[in-house]
Design a protein around this ligand. Structure first.
Ligand SMILES: Nc1nc2c(c(=O)[nH]1)N[C@H]1C(S)=C(S)[C@@H](COP(=O)(O)OP(=O)(O)OC[C@H]3O[C@@H](n4cnc5c(N)ncnc54)[C@H](O)[C@@H]3O)O[C@H]1N2
Ligand code: MOO
Length: 430
């Protein structure tokens, strides 16, 4: 087991400043490799990236079938009504329903509304066309869905790499599959810390209402993780140790990533670093040159699991999560590191030497407007924001491009992409 002081020196190297915002993103991405592919039942596969082609296990459709309720017929009418034998003789017809197996010998399907059964003088049942029959009906092969007309057996229907949507799932089912092989999504456990945190109602002075529990699971899903539930603990070291290191902290599977909230500071109740040290882990990132969220921590445990320590201040926590949690989840989920876009700033933002400022912003007509109410503990600005401006230490002037990340829950990507194209020629510092 390493000591806390050894671990703290992992990043930044002694005497060096904290990594920049961009370095932190890259480092969080680079420290993980994709989880192994898994077989999942179709019902759980939507949203996953396919890692093995899905081919047709048989022809689609796999037998000649009727597209209409009516009669399978052989020859020109009238037709003697036959039973449901597999072979339909010339001059005969047999009742068939939509999707029914077309008997051998059938030349087409006559729709129910175009035919009628009559009883002949000898008592035999005969099918005749009605006046409703369209001209040329029944045409040769009409209303027969031929086996293989959609796909041949063995044909690749969904190539590896596809992110599965419900239509793909339905296609895989039609093709005969029960399971598909997909890239595993990282399982993420949440540990909410702080004895002052209350989970319902209006808190008394000295207490705060938990802002993470009701929404962090949703954000994790949007970032490509599978939430494993949340665990609430107080401020004691044993609680921290059990929550991060205990094998039974989360029922079911050990999380690939545990996210803690609070306790990243240096008070007597801030145990993150000590717990990582005592578990033999390593601090991969210890602080980022950004505001808010600078105390954020990322650690690796000896068994390959990761732990992200988000600061307790709610906006700081969200900024830390999109800065390093998102790239880490992208790497674990086998996805590329998402690009940082650029949008033209609609406002001057003063320099802040040595740190990137993350400011929730709204996009109006291709311009980024910094939101108000964006203190580290405030949620009001973020709630209405489209994205986050990452204002470099030198600041930004109105009309200049500014790096921007979308929020996991906004649809602002298109705005960022289109303005990025226009502003591409302008370089911006990290
Ligand atoms: N001496 C210093 N003090 C602090 C520094 C510093 O550099 N030197 N940095 C400040 C900054 S910036 C931040 S951010 C916080 C980080 O603190 P922690 O991660 O240890 O978080 P806590 O102290 O546990 O909590 C901070 C704040 O957040 C509230 N909190 C915690 N959990 C929740 C929750 N689930 N929902 C809502 N609010 C929560 C907690 O009550 C505190 O008010 O440290 C500063 N101090
Ligand atoms: O990370 Mo703290 O919330 O910078 O303000």
């Amino acid at each position: 087991m390493g000591s806390s002081s050894e671990l703290r020196s992992a990043w930044p190297p002694s005497g060096h400043p904290s990594p920049t915002w961009l370095e932190a993103r890259q480092l969080a991405f680079d420290c993980a490799v994709p989880l192994a592919p898994v077989e999942v039942p179709l019902a759980l596969a939507a949203g996953h990236a396919l890692t093995r082609n899905v081919s047709a296990l048989h022809e689609l459709p796999h037998y000649d079938s009727s597209a209409m309720d009516g009669w399978a017929i052989n020859g020109v009418g009238p037709w003697i009504l036959a039973g449901h034998e597999p072979l339909l003789r010339p001059g005969s017809a047999s009742v068939i329903a939509t999707g029914g197996l077309v008997p051998v010998g059938a030349q087409s399907i006559l729709r129910k509304e175009s035919g009628q059964i009559h009883q002949d003088a000898d008592g035999s049942l005969v099918l005749r066309l009605t006046d409703n029959a369209k001209e040329g009906e029944p045409g040769l092969g009409q209303h027969i869905r031929l086996a293989g007309e959609e796909a041949a057996a063995g044909e690749v229907l969904i190539p590896a790499g596809t992110t599965l949507n419900p239509g793909h799932i339905a296609l895989a089912a039609v093709a005969g599959h029960d399971n598909v092989q997909v890239q595993a999504k990282p399982v993420v456990g949440i540990v909410l810390t702080g004895s002052e945190v209350v989970t319902s109602g209006v808190p008394k002075p000295g207490h705060v209402r938990d802002t993470f529990g009701p929404q962090l699971g949703t954000v994790i899903s949007l970032l490509g993780g599978t939430p494993a539930g949340s665990l609430r603990i107080g401020d004691s070291y044993p609680e921290w140790l059990a929550a991060i290191g205990g094998s039974d902290a989360f029922p079911g599977r050990m999380p690939d990533l545990t996210i803690t909230t609070g306790g990243t500071g240096c008070s007597g109740t801030d145990h993150f670093r000590a717990v990582i040290a005592d578990l033999g882990g390593q601090l991969l990132l210890d602080g980022i040159a950004m505001r808010p969220g600078h105390p954020a921590v990322l650690a690796g445990l000896p068994d390959g699991r990761f732990v992200v320590g988000l600061p307790g201040n709610p906006l700081a926590a969200m900024m830390a999560l999109i800065t390093m949690g998102a790239p880490l989840l992208e790497a674990l989920g086998g996805r590329p590191l998402s690009a940082v876009g650029q949008v033209t700033s609609a406002a001057d933002v003063d320099p802040s030497p040595g740190r990137t400022r993350l400011i929730p912003c709204t996009f109006i007509e291709g311009l980024a407007f910094p939101a108000s109410h964006t203190g580290p503990g405030m949620m009001r600005g973020l709630a209405w924001a489209d994205g986050v401006m990452a204002v470099p230490p030198a600041g930004v002037q109105s009309g200049e491009p500014v790096p921007v990340l979308p929020l996991p829950w906004t649809q602002a990507n298109e705005t960022i992409r289109s303005t990025t194209t226009r502003a591409r020629s302008t370089a911006w510092p990290a």
